[in-house]
Ligand binder design. Structure first.
Ligand SMILES: Cc1cc2nc3c(=O)[nH]c(=O)nc-3n(C[C@H](O)[C@H](O)[C@H](O)COP(=O)(O)OP(=O)(O)OC[C@H]3O[C@@H](n4cnc5c(N)ncnc54)[C@H](O)[C@@H]3O)c2cc1C
Length: 375
């Protein structure tokens, strides 16, 4: 889109913005890259994330991108020269009843047809993969290439790597407005009053992308929703895969220190969508624990050490918006990851950098995710 771009401003220092900054500088060390983060890097969804790195169970439109990303995760620490806490322990989504088991069987074929290496496993195999699972487990779907990382470490790793390559990351500075002249973004108005000229502005502002874009007349249906997480005290290490369950909201993993991390899309309260503030809901804590303990009884004696939430941008089809916007040159968007963007970060950043620099943007990886569907 912008062959010859010399100055690129990234709005938002979440994982998408940081990955874009890293890839931009790696692809072209001459290009000036400034990331404006109004709070601290990773402040919103990224540091709060459950950090599951999965391709299993994704919408067909995201599969190519997820497969591409999962191909990079095992080497990512080396690529970034920093630690993400990544570990490939597989993913296992189990069924506890007939309906779940029917769903499990139905999903395998179409995923495999798209190259997702899932396999149906019976109850005995599921228990071998995750000893301690509920005796009601009927079996499930296993994906050996799924895994997990650690959210805060991953944010730090991308930020460190981007800075090392020469990206300028400014924290505590927001982008108040995009300046458009003759249908092209030419600058950003910063919250400190300065005007920052650019050839390309890349909006990766998570749940707050919509308000920035609305100021230039672009209406995107991003909605901020709070997603809640629980962390237990440490326990002896027993669980290798990331565990989910058909028909019940759950994502369960055990971290390196033995603590269990429990999520699965349980809502937190967001009193005012315009700011990054959330409140943990007791009902979500109770519901989340109940499901997790039913699926994995070794959790019963564990106590919750911490709970938190992150505000994530959702779209009506639960798929991200990626790429240029027809009619406005010099603008790229990466937002609306709808609760499952973490795994995609390496490829999203690569695609954004390619788009910004006028390189081959690998369209086969993000077909169906473009901005045109909401234009
Ligand atoms: C609790 C939770 C669990 C999750 N679990 C998983 C998972 O297991 N697997 C998975 O794949 N995905 C998961 N996700 C989703 C994933 O974490 C997100 O999709 C991803 O982190 C989004 O990154 P981002 O950079 O788009 O957004 P964010 O991390 O929200 O970053 C946007 C940044 O932009 C900044 N900003 C906004 N507006 C402005 C402005 N005008 N000027 C300057 N800065 C601005 C914000 O302060 C923020 O730091 C989860 C998300 C949450 C919340």
């Amino acid at each position: 889109m912008a062959s010859g771009a010399r100055a690129i401003v990234v709005v938002g220092g979440g994982l998408m913005g940081l990955s874009a900054a890293f890839h931009l500088r790696r692809a072209d060390p001459q290009v000036q890259v400034t990331v404006l983060e109004r709070a601290r890097v990773g402040d919103a969804a990224s540091s709060a994330s459950a950090a599951g790195v999965r391709v299993m169970g994704r919408d067909p439109a995201e599969r190519a991108m997820a497969l591409e990303s999962l191909g990079r995760w095992p080497e990512l620490d080396r690529e970034l020269d920093a630690e993400t806490g990544y570990r490939r322990g597989g993913g296992l989504r189990i069924a506890l009843d007939d309906t779940g088991w029917a769903e499990a069987r139905a999903t395998v074929g179409e995923q495999r047809a798209d190259g997702v290496p899932v396999e149906l496993v019976d109850a005995a195999a599921a228990h071998r993969l995750a000893p301690g699972l509920s005796p009601d487990c009927r079996g499930g779907v296993h994906c050996p290439i799924d895994g997990q990382a650690e959210a805060v470490a991953t944010v730090r790793a991308w930020a460190t790597a981007a800075r090392r390559l020469g990206a300028r990351i400014e924290e505590g500075v927001g982008a108040d407005a995009l300046v458009v002249e003759r249908a092209r973004v030419v600058a950003i108005l910063r919250s400190d009053g300065a005007r920052l000229s650019c050839d390309v502005a890349l909006v990766a502002g998570g749940a707050w992308s919509a308000s920035l874009l609305a100021k230039i007349g672009l209406r995107f249906p991003f909605r901020g929703r709070g997603l809640q997480m629980l962390l237990t005290d440490s326990a002896p290490a027993t669980l290798t895969p990331v565990v989910g369950c058909f028909g019940r909201p759950l994502s369960l993993k055990q971290l390196a220190d033995g603590a269990y991390l429990i999520g699965g899309g349980w809502p937190a309260r967001v009193p005012d969508e315009s700011v990054n503030r959330w409140e943990v809901l007791d009902d979500s804590v109770r519901g989340s624990l109940e499901v997790a303990r039913a699926v994995y009884p070794p959790l019963v004696p564990c106590t919750v050490a911490r709970s938190w939430a992150g505000i994530e941008a959702f779209t009506p089809d639960d798929l991200p918006v990626l790429g240029p916007v027809l009619g406005v040159d010099g603008l790229l968007i990466a937002a609306g990851f709808s609760g499952h963007g973490f795994a995609l970060v390496p490829t999203v950043g690569d695609v954004l950098a390619r788009l910004a620099l006028g390189l081959d943007p690998l369209p086969y990886l993000w077909r169906g995710l473009g901005a045109a569907r909401f234009a």
